[in-house]
Design a protein around this ligand. Structure first.
Ligand code: URP
Ligand code: ZN
Ligand code: ZN
Length: 470
Protein backbone atom coordinates (compact mmCIF):
# COMPACT_ATOMS: atom_id res chain seq x y z
CA UNK A 1 0.00 0.00 0.00
CA UNK A 2 1.47 3.40 -0.92
CA UNK A 3 0.36 6.78 0.37
CA UNK A 4 1.36 10.20 -0.96
CA UNK A 5 1.03 13.10 1.44
CA UNK A 6 1.15 16.30 -0.61
CA UNK A 7 1.88 19.93 0.22
CA UNK A 8 3.05 19.20 3.72
CA UNK A 9 5.00 21.53 5.95
CA UNK A 10 7.31 19.09 7.69
CA UNK A 11 8.63 20.01 11.12
CA UNK A 12 11.66 18.09 12.31
CA UNK A 13 13.89 18.73 15.31
CA UNK A 14 16.17 20.80 13.10
CA UNK A 15 14.21 22.24 10.15
CA UNK A 16 10.84 23.21 8.78
CA UNK A 17 10.45 22.41 5.05
CA UNK A 18 7.73 22.20 2.40
CA UNK A 19 7.76 18.74 0.82
CA UNK A 20 5.71 15.71 -0.16
CA UNK A 21 6.08 12.33 1.53
CA UNK A 22 5.64 8.86 0.11
CA UNK A 23 4.90 6.01 2.49
CA UNK A 24 5.42 2.47 1.19
CA UNK A 25 3.96 -0.14 3.47
CA UNK A 26 5.30 0.71 6.92
CA UNK A 27 8.22 2.93 5.95
CA UNK A 28 8.86 6.43 4.65
CA UNK A 29 10.06 5.78 1.11
CA UNK A 30 10.71 9.28 -0.21
CA UNK A 31 10.56 12.92 0.73
CA UNK A 32 10.78 15.61 -1.96
CA UNK A 33 8.83 17.61 -4.47
CA UNK A 34 6.72 16.47 -7.44
CA UNK A 35 6.71 12.88 -6.21
CA UNK A 36 4.75 10.34 -8.30
CA UNK A 37 1.12 9.66 -7.42
CA UNK A 38 0.30 6.80 -5.09
CA UNK A 39 -2.75 4.60 -4.44
CA UNK A 40 -3.93 6.99 -1.74
CA UNK A 41 -3.31 10.73 -1.84
CA UNK A 42 -3.73 13.05 1.15
CA UNK A 43 -3.58 16.81 0.66
CA UNK A 44 -1.97 18.29 3.77
CA UNK A 45 -1.97 21.93 2.62
CA UNK A 46 -2.16 24.20 5.65
CA UNK A 47 -1.19 21.37 8.02
CA UNK A 48 2.05 20.45 9.72
CA UNK A 49 3.57 16.98 9.62
CA UNK A 50 5.69 15.86 12.53
CA UNK A 51 7.21 12.54 13.55
CA UNK A 52 4.96 10.66 15.96
CA UNK A 53 5.63 11.55 19.57
CA UNK A 54 7.96 9.37 21.64
CA UNK A 55 7.00 9.36 25.31
CA UNK A 56 10.01 8.13 27.29
CA UNK A 57 8.14 7.64 30.59
CA UNK A 58 4.90 5.71 31.15
CA UNK A 59 3.53 3.36 33.82
CA UNK A 60 0.72 1.22 32.42
CA UNK A 61 -1.01 -1.39 34.57
CA UNK A 62 1.29 -0.58 37.50
CA UNK A 63 0.26 -1.99 40.88
CA UNK A 64 0.40 0.73 43.54
CA UNK A 65 -0.78 0.64 47.14
CA UNK A 66 -4.18 -1.10 47.11
CA UNK A 67 -4.84 -0.53 43.42
CA UNK A 68 -3.31 -0.35 39.94
CA UNK A 69 -2.76 2.48 37.45
CA UNK A 70 -6.01 2.70 35.54
CA UNK A 71 -4.64 2.59 31.98
CA UNK A 72 -3.37 -0.74 30.79
CA UNK A 73 -1.15 -1.22 27.74
CA UNK A 74 -4.19 -0.96 25.44
CA UNK A 75 -6.10 1.95 26.92
CA UNK A 76 -2.91 3.90 27.63
CA UNK A 77 -1.44 3.46 24.16
CA UNK A 78 -4.79 4.30 22.55
CA UNK A 79 -4.82 7.55 24.56
CA UNK A 80 -1.22 8.16 23.50
CA UNK A 81 -2.22 7.80 19.85
CA UNK A 82 -5.12 10.25 20.18
CA UNK A 83 -2.56 12.77 21.42
CA UNK A 84 -0.13 12.12 18.56
CA UNK A 85 2.27 9.78 20.38
CA UNK A 86 3.19 6.59 18.52
CA UNK A 87 5.98 5.21 20.73
CA UNK A 88 6.03 4.79 24.50
CA UNK A 89 8.73 3.53 26.86
CA UNK A 90 7.19 1.79 29.85
CA UNK A 91 8.92 0.78 33.09
CA UNK A 92 9.23 -2.87 34.11
CA UNK A 93 8.94 -3.10 37.92
CA UNK A 94 11.48 -5.38 39.57
CA UNK A 95 9.72 -8.21 41.40
CA UNK A 96 11.40 -11.17 43.10
CA UNK A 97 13.09 -13.47 40.58
CA UNK A 98 15.29 -12.81 37.61
CA UNK A 99 15.17 -9.64 35.54
CA UNK A 100 14.54 -11.82 32.53
CA UNK A 101 11.43 -13.19 34.16
CA UNK A 102 10.24 -9.70 35.15
CA UNK A 103 10.60 -8.64 31.52
CA UNK A 104 8.68 -11.72 30.32
CA UNK A 105 5.84 -10.87 32.69
CA UNK A 106 5.70 -7.29 31.36
CA UNK A 107 5.85 -8.46 27.73
CA UNK A 108 2.95 -10.82 28.44
CA UNK A 109 0.92 -7.81 29.62
CA UNK A 110 1.96 -5.45 26.82
CA UNK A 111 2.31 -7.59 23.68
CA UNK A 112 -1.37 -8.48 23.20
CA UNK A 113 -2.60 -5.02 24.17
CA UNK A 114 -0.26 -2.28 22.97
CA UNK A 115 -1.77 -0.20 20.17
CA UNK A 116 1.39 1.82 19.47
CA UNK A 117 5.02 0.70 19.43
CA UNK A 118 6.70 0.32 22.77
CA UNK A 119 9.94 -0.40 24.55
CA UNK A 120 10.88 -0.99 28.16
CA UNK A 121 13.16 0.46 30.83
CA UNK A 122 14.10 -1.89 33.69
CA UNK A 123 13.71 -0.70 37.29
CA UNK A 124 16.50 -1.86 39.59
CA UNK A 125 15.02 -1.63 43.09
CA UNK A 126 16.81 -4.55 44.71
CA UNK A 127 20.46 -5.34 44.09
CA UNK A 128 22.26 -8.56 44.97
CA UNK A 129 25.04 -10.49 43.27
CA UNK A 130 22.67 -12.36 40.94
CA UNK A 131 20.96 -9.18 39.79
CA UNK A 132 24.31 -7.42 39.36
CA UNK A 133 25.44 -10.33 37.19
CA UNK A 134 22.25 -10.22 35.14
CA UNK A 135 22.19 -6.47 34.36
CA UNK A 136 24.70 -6.76 31.45
CA UNK A 137 22.26 -9.08 29.65
CA UNK A 138 19.52 -6.43 29.42
CA UNK A 139 20.56 -5.27 25.90
CA UNK A 140 20.09 -8.87 24.67
CA UNK A 141 16.44 -8.50 25.64
CA UNK A 142 16.15 -5.16 23.87
CA UNK A 143 16.48 -2.97 26.96
CA UNK A 144 19.25 -0.35 27.07
CA UNK A 145 18.20 1.74 30.07
CA UNK A 146 17.46 1.15 33.73
CA UNK A 147 16.04 3.26 36.54
CA UNK A 148 17.20 3.62 40.13
CA UNK A 149 15.69 5.60 43.01
CA UNK A 150 17.07 7.62 45.93
CA UNK A 151 13.59 7.68 47.54
CA UNK A 152 10.72 5.34 48.47
CA UNK A 153 12.68 3.84 51.39
CA UNK A 154 12.00 0.17 52.02
CA UNK A 155 10.28 -0.18 48.67
CA UNK A 156 12.19 1.04 45.63
CA UNK A 157 15.24 2.88 46.98
CA UNK A 158 18.82 1.72 46.55
CA UNK A 159 21.60 2.92 48.83
CA UNK A 160 24.24 5.24 47.34
CA UNK A 161 26.82 2.45 47.14
CA UNK A 162 24.35 0.27 45.29
CA UNK A 163 23.55 3.10 42.87
CA UNK A 164 27.28 3.53 42.28
CA UNK A 165 27.60 -0.20 41.53
CA UNK A 166 24.63 -0.10 39.13
CA UNK A 167 26.03 2.96 37.35
CA UNK A 168 29.38 1.23 36.86
CA UNK A 169 27.87 -2.00 35.55
CA UNK A 170 25.47 -0.05 33.34
CA UNK A 171 28.25 2.02 31.78
CA UNK A 172 30.26 -1.12 30.96
CA UNK A 173 27.16 -2.72 29.42
CA UNK A 174 26.10 0.23 27.19
CA UNK A 175 23.10 0.96 29.39
CA UNK A 176 21.87 4.40 30.38
CA UNK A 177 21.06 4.86 34.08
CA UNK A 178 17.94 6.91 34.80
CA UNK A 179 17.50 8.31 38.27
CA UNK A 180 14.57 9.37 40.45
CA UNK A 181 16.03 12.15 42.63
CA UNK A 182 14.53 12.80 46.06
CA UNK A 183 15.85 12.32 49.61
CA UNK A 184 14.12 9.21 50.98
CA UNK A 185 15.41 9.61 54.57
CA UNK A 186 14.21 13.19 54.96
CA UNK A 187 10.84 12.29 53.42
CA UNK A 188 10.30 9.48 55.94
CA UNK A 189 11.00 11.78 58.91
CA UNK A 190 8.77 14.56 57.59
CA UNK A 191 5.93 12.18 56.78
CA UNK A 192 6.00 10.71 60.32
CA UNK A 193 5.97 14.21 61.83
CA UNK A 194 3.14 15.40 59.58
CA UNK A 195 0.92 12.41 60.35
CA UNK A 196 1.64 12.70 64.09
CA UNK A 197 0.59 16.36 63.92
CA UNK A 198 -2.65 15.33 62.16
CA UNK A 199 -1.80 16.78 58.74
CA UNK A 200 -3.62 14.60 56.26
CA UNK A 201 -4.41 16.81 53.25
CA UNK A 202 -2.84 16.45 49.77
CA UNK A 203 -0.65 19.57 50.12
CA UNK A 204 1.34 17.62 52.75
CA UNK A 205 2.44 15.30 49.99
CA UNK A 206 4.54 18.21 48.68
CA UNK A 207 5.45 19.65 52.08
CA UNK A 208 6.97 16.32 53.16
CA UNK A 209 9.00 15.92 49.94
CA UNK A 210 11.08 19.13 49.90
CA UNK A 211 12.52 20.59 46.72
CA UNK A 212 16.00 20.69 48.28
CA UNK A 213 15.88 16.89 48.54
CA UNK A 214 15.46 16.70 44.77
CA UNK A 215 18.28 19.19 44.17
CA UNK A 216 20.62 17.41 46.58
CA UNK A 217 19.81 13.98 45.15
CA UNK A 218 20.33 15.26 41.59
CA UNK A 219 23.78 16.53 42.58
CA UNK A 220 24.52 13.29 44.43
CA UNK A 221 23.51 11.27 41.38
CA UNK A 222 25.68 13.35 39.06
CA UNK A 223 28.66 12.90 41.41
CA UNK A 224 28.08 9.16 41.68
CA UNK A 225 27.84 8.97 37.88
CA UNK A 226 31.09 10.95 37.55
CA UNK A 227 32.86 8.58 39.95
CA UNK A 228 31.45 5.57 38.10
CA UNK A 229 32.32 7.00 34.67
CA UNK A 230 28.71 6.61 33.61
CA UNK A 231 26.14 8.68 31.72
CA UNK A 232 23.08 9.74 33.68
CA UNK A 233 19.51 10.75 32.82
CA UNK A 234 17.47 12.53 35.51
CA UNK A 235 13.81 11.58 35.15
CA UNK A 236 10.88 13.89 35.86
CA UNK A 237 12.89 17.04 36.73
CA UNK A 238 10.57 19.14 38.84
CA UNK A 239 12.69 21.80 40.54
CA UNK A 240 14.57 24.69 39.02
CA UNK A 241 17.59 23.76 41.18
CA UNK A 242 17.86 20.42 39.36
CA UNK A 243 18.47 22.37 36.16
CA UNK A 244 21.38 24.06 37.95
CA UNK A 245 22.80 20.63 38.83
CA UNK A 246 22.59 19.49 35.20
CA UNK A 247 24.31 22.72 34.15
CA UNK A 248 27.06 22.24 36.74
CA UNK A 249 27.62 18.63 35.72
CA UNK A 250 27.75 19.46 32.02
CA UNK A 251 30.11 22.41 32.66
CA UNK A 252 32.44 19.76 34.06
CA UNK A 253 32.04 17.69 30.91
CA UNK A 254 29.81 15.05 32.47
CA UNK A 255 27.27 13.24 30.27
CA UNK A 256 24.22 14.20 32.34
CA UNK A 257 20.84 14.65 30.65
CA UNK A 258 17.36 15.31 31.92
CA UNK A 259 13.63 14.95 31.36
CA UNK A 260 10.75 17.00 32.65
CA UNK A 261 7.00 16.50 32.35
CA UNK A 262 4.11 18.89 31.63
CA UNK A 263 2.78 18.70 35.21
CA UNK A 264 6.01 20.30 36.47
CA UNK A 265 5.76 23.08 33.89
CA UNK A 266 2.14 24.06 34.51
CA UNK A 267 1.18 23.22 38.10
CA UNK A 268 2.32 23.96 41.64
CA UNK A 269 1.52 23.28 45.29
CA UNK A 270 -1.41 25.69 44.85
CA UNK A 271 -3.16 22.94 42.88
CA UNK A 272 -2.61 20.45 45.71
CA UNK A 273 -4.36 22.97 48.00
CA UNK A 274 -7.58 22.87 45.96
CA UNK A 275 -10.48 20.80 47.34
CA UNK A 276 -9.74 18.25 44.57
CA UNK A 277 -5.97 18.53 45.16
CA UNK A 278 -5.51 14.73 45.21
CA UNK A 279 -5.76 14.84 41.40
CA UNK A 280 -2.29 16.46 41.36
CA UNK A 281 -0.58 14.01 43.72
CA UNK A 282 2.44 12.53 41.97
CA UNK A 283 6.02 11.83 43.02
CA UNK A 284 8.07 13.94 42.93
CA UNK A 285 5.40 16.51 43.73
CA UNK A 286 4.45 19.58 41.74
CA UNK A 287 6.44 22.51 43.17
CA UNK A 288 6.21 26.32 42.86
CA UNK A 289 5.45 28.85 40.10
CA UNK A 290 9.14 29.86 40.25
CA UNK A 291 10.12 26.25 39.54
CA UNK A 292 7.72 26.22 36.55
CA UNK A 293 9.61 29.23 35.16
CA UNK A 294 13.05 27.74 35.86
CA UNK A 295 12.12 24.49 34.12
CA UNK A 296 10.89 26.32 30.99
CA UNK A 297 14.22 28.15 30.96
CA UNK A 298 16.03 24.81 31.32
CA UNK A 299 14.18 23.53 28.27
CA UNK A 300 15.13 26.57 26.22
CA UNK A 301 18.76 26.36 27.38
CA UNK A 302 19.08 22.72 26.35
CA UNK A 303 19.60 21.58 29.95
CA UNK A 304 16.43 19.49 29.87
CA UNK A 305 16.49 17.20 26.87
CA UNK A 306 13.10 15.52 26.79
CA UNK A 307 9.52 15.99 27.90
CA UNK A 308 7.90 12.73 28.99
CA UNK A 309 4.70 12.33 30.96
CA UNK A 310 5.30 9.88 33.83
CA UNK A 311 1.76 8.81 32.87
CA UNK A 312 0.47 6.86 35.86
CA UNK A 313 -3.26 7.59 36.11
CA UNK A 314 -5.73 6.77 38.83
CA UNK A 315 -9.42 7.56 39.14
CA UNK A 316 -10.17 10.64 41.22
CA UNK A 317 -13.25 8.86 42.54
CA UNK A 318 -12.83 5.15 42.05
CA UNK A 319 -16.21 4.39 43.63
CA UNK A 320 -18.07 5.80 40.59
CA UNK A 321 -17.87 3.91 37.30
CA UNK A 322 -17.05 5.50 33.97
CA UNK A 323 -18.03 4.10 30.58
CA UNK A 324 -15.02 3.05 28.55
CA UNK A 325 -15.61 1.54 25.08
CA UNK A 326 -19.18 0.79 26.11
CA UNK A 327 -18.22 -0.99 29.34
CA UNK A 328 -18.63 0.22 32.88
CA UNK A 329 -15.20 0.50 34.56
CA UNK A 330 -14.37 1.39 38.15
CA UNK A 331 -10.86 1.16 39.61
CA UNK A 332 -9.95 2.30 43.16
CA UNK A 333 -8.09 5.59 42.98
CA UNK A 334 -7.32 8.80 44.81
CA UNK A 335 -10.23 8.35 47.26
CA UNK A 336 -8.05 5.74 49.02
CA UNK A 337 -6.20 8.67 50.58
CA UNK A 338 -9.13 10.83 51.56
CA UNK A 339 -8.08 10.72 55.23
CA UNK A 340 -4.33 10.33 54.75
CA UNK A 341 -2.21 11.89 51.97
CA UNK A 342 0.27 8.99 52.15
CA UNK A 343 -2.42 6.63 50.89
CA UNK A 344 -3.26 8.63 47.76
CA UNK A 345 -1.91 6.61 44.83
CA UNK A 346 0.96 8.63 43.34
CA UNK A 347 0.56 9.53 39.71
CA UNK A 348 -1.30 11.46 37.06
CA UNK A 349 -2.80 10.97 33.60
CA UNK A 350 -0.90 12.71 30.79
CA UNK A 351 0.19 10.49 27.89
CA UNK A 352 -2.48 11.88 25.55
CA UNK A 353 -2.26 15.47 26.79
CA UNK A 354 1.45 15.98 26.20
CA UNK A 355 1.59 17.13 22.58
CA UNK A 356 -1.66 19.14 22.36
CA UNK A 357 -1.05 21.00 25.63
CA UNK A 358 2.63 21.71 24.87
CA UNK A 359 1.79 22.92 21.38
CA UNK A 360 -0.61 25.59 22.65
CA UNK A 361 1.12 26.53 25.90
CA UNK A 362 4.69 25.93 24.71
CA UNK A 363 4.90 26.70 20.99
CA UNK A 364 1.96 29.08 20.50
CA UNK A 365 2.81 30.82 23.77
CA UNK A 366 6.30 31.51 22.37
CA UNK A 367 8.13 29.50 25.04
CA UNK A 368 9.65 26.98 22.62
CA UNK A 369 9.92 26.81 18.84
CA UNK A 370 8.15 24.17 16.73
CA UNK A 371 11.53 22.49 16.14
CA UNK A 372 12.27 22.43 19.88
CA UNK A 373 8.83 20.91 20.36
CA UNK A 374 9.72 18.03 18.01
CA UNK A 375 13.15 17.67 19.58
CA UNK A 376 11.82 17.48 23.15
CA UNK A 377 8.83 15.24 22.50
CA UNK A 378 10.08 12.94 19.75
CA UNK A 379 13.59 13.19 18.30
CA UNK A 380 15.57 13.56 21.54
CA UNK A 381 13.86 10.68 23.40
CA UNK A 382 14.39 8.52 20.29
CA UNK A 383 18.08 9.49 20.14
CA UNK A 384 18.78 9.12 23.86
CA UNK A 385 17.02 5.75 24.07
CA UNK A 386 18.47 4.13 20.95
CA UNK A 387 15.49 4.33 18.60
CA UNK A 388 16.69 6.98 16.17
CA UNK A 389 16.26 7.35 13.18
CA UNK A 390 13.69 4.56 13.09
CA UNK A 391 11.58 6.70 15.44
CA UNK A 392 11.63 10.46 16.08
CA UNK A 393 12.49 11.24 12.48
CA UNK A 394 10.89 11.65 9.08
CA UNK A 395 13.49 10.50 6.60
CA UNK A 396 13.59 7.75 4.00
CA UNK A 397 13.87 4.45 5.84
CA UNK A 398 12.26 5.68 9.07
CA UNK A 399 9.08 4.05 10.32
CA UNK A 400 6.11 5.92 8.88
CA UNK A 401 4.94 7.15 12.28
CA UNK A 402 3.63 10.61 11.68
CA UNK A 403 1.11 13.13 12.81
CA UNK A 404 -0.78 15.45 10.52
CA UNK A 405 -1.29 18.42 12.78
CA UNK A 406 -4.07 20.94 12.25
CA UNK A 407 -2.65 24.21 13.60
CA UNK A 408 -6.05 25.92 13.48
CA UNK A 409 -8.26 23.43 15.28
CA UNK A 410 -9.63 24.89 18.50
CA UNK A 411 -10.64 22.54 21.28
CA UNK A 412 -11.91 23.16 24.76
CA UNK A 413 -9.92 20.29 26.16
CA UNK A 414 -10.72 17.90 28.98
CA UNK A 415 -11.54 14.36 30.00
CA UNK A 416 -13.74 13.76 26.94
CA UNK A 417 -10.89 14.50 24.51
CA UNK A 418 -8.07 12.83 26.38
CA UNK A 419 -9.18 9.17 26.08
CA UNK A 420 -7.32 8.16 29.24
CA UNK A 421 -9.19 5.49 31.21
CA UNK A 422 -9.85 7.72 34.18
CA UNK A 423 -12.51 10.12 35.38
CA UNK A 424 -10.62 13.42 35.23
CA UNK A 425 -8.14 15.48 33.30
CA UNK A 426 -5.68 18.02 34.65
CA UNK A 427 -6.29 20.40 31.75
CA UNK A 428 -10.08 20.48 31.98
CA UNK A 429 -11.50 23.47 30.08
CA UNK A 430 -8.10 24.61 28.82
CA UNK A 431 -8.42 26.17 25.37
CA UNK A 432 -6.13 24.48 22.86
CA UNK A 433 -5.34 25.72 19.36
CA UNK A 434 -3.63 23.09 17.23
CA UNK A 435 -4.49 19.40 17.43
CA UNK A 436 -3.63 16.06 15.80
CA UNK A 437 -5.83 15.43 12.76
CA UNK A 438 -4.48 12.10 11.52
CA UNK A 439 -1.97 9.79 13.16
CA UNK A 440 -0.12 7.01 11.35
CA UNK A 441 1.68 4.13 13.05
CA UNK A 442 4.07 2.44 10.60
CA UNK A 443 1.90 3.62 7.71
CA UNK A 444 -1.39 2.50 9.28
CA UNK A 445 -3.91 5.24 9.94
CA UNK A 446 -4.80 4.82 13.61
CA UNK A 447 -6.42 8.19 14.34
CA UNK A 448 -8.64 9.92 11.80
CA UNK A 449 -10.07 13.06 13.36
CA UNK A 450 -12.02 11.83 16.36
CA UNK A 451 -12.16 8.24 15.08
CA UNK A 452 -10.12 5.39 16.55
CA UNK A 453 -8.83 3.10 13.79
CA UNK A 454 -6.22 1.21 15.79
CA UNK A 455 -6.35 -2.15 17.52
CA UNK A 456 -4.94 -3.79 20.60
CA UNK A 457 -1.79 -5.73 19.77
CA UNK A 458 -0.83 -3.73 16.67
CA UNK A 459 1.99 -2.03 18.61
CA UNK A 460 5.34 -3.83 18.32
CA UNK A 461 7.99 -4.27 20.97
CA UNK A 462 11.04 -2.20 20.02
CA UNK A 463 14.40 -3.77 20.86
CA UNK A 464 16.66 -0.76 21.35
CA UNK A 465 20.32 -0.06 20.68
CA UNK A 466 22.71 2.03 22.73
CA UNK A 467 21.46 5.61 22.71
CA UNK A 468 23.28 8.89 22.15
CA UNK A 469 24.49 11.29 24.80
CA UNK A 470 23.05 14.70 23.87
O1 URP B 1 3.80 9.57 40.99
C1 URP B 1 4.41 8.90 40.17
N1 URP B 1 5.16 9.51 39.28
N2 URP B 1 4.38 7.57 40.12
C2 URP B 1 5.20 6.77 39.32
C3 URP B 1 6.49 6.37 39.96
C4 URP B 1 7.69 7.22 39.60
O2 URP B 1 8.50 7.47 40.46
O3 URP B 1 7.90 7.61 38.44
ZN1 ZN C 1 10.28 8.26 39.47
ZN1 ZN D 1 7.68 7.35 36.66
Amino acid sequence: MSILIKNATIISHTDTVRADIIIEDEIIAEIGSNLPNAKQVIDAAGKFIMPGGVDPHTHFDLPMFETVSSDDHYTGTKAAAFGGTTTVLDFVPQSPGTLQNNIKVWRAKADPKAAVDFGFHMNITHLDDEIAAEIPSLPEWGITSLKVFTAYNGRLRLQDGEIFKVLRIAAKSNLLTMLHAENGDVIDILVDEALTAGHTKPEWHALTRPAWGAVEAAFRAASLAAQAGAPLYLVHMNVSGEVDQVKYARMHGLPVMGESCPQYLFFSIDHLRRPDGAKWVCSPPVRSPEDNIGLWQGLRDGLIHTIGTDHCPFFYNGTQPIIYEGQSVMIPGKELGVDDFTKIPNGLPGVGDRLPVLWTYGVRAGRITPNQFVALTSANPARIFGLYPRKGSLQPGSDADLVIWDPDRRVIYGVAHAHHRTDYNLYENWELVGYPEKVFLRGHLIIDGDRWMGQPGMGKFLPRSKGEVL
